[in-house]
Unconditional design. Structure first.
Length: 106
């Protein structure tokens, strides 16, 4: 059985050069990109992006509409719950009615 031999610096450099050459040869062997196919892919990508942008805008508009409706409902509810401002005559009439009822009970 042979013992393990630590690779030297020269061995590592040689292997790295071989790997680089192999990667370059694979890259060179790759077929060239067809310009028409590339243009078609780019057009499809642009169409997808436009559709996504339109969908995003539609969602944003729907959310803004929903927020506006909620805000309007909240304002209506707040207006309905607002305290009624009574005039001095109305308060005096209520006070007099209470006083008269109390006198009547006695």
């Amino acid at each position: 059985m042979s013992s393990f031999r630590e690779p030297t610096f020269q061995d590592r450099v040689g292997r790295a050069a071989e790997a680089k050459q192999k990667a370059l040869s694979l890259l060179r062997a790759k077929p060239p990109v067809d310009a028409a196919a590339q243009a078609e892919l780019r057009a499809a990508q642009l169409a997808r992006e436009a559709a996504q942008r339109a969908e995003s805008e539609a969602k944003r508009a729907a959310l803004q509409q929903e927020k506006a409706e909620k805000r309007a409902l909240a304002e209506q509810a707040q207006a309905a719950e607002a305290p009624v401002v009574m005039t001095e005559e109305e308060r005096k009439a209520i006070r007099d009615a209470k006083y008269a009822a109390r006198k009547k009970r006695k």
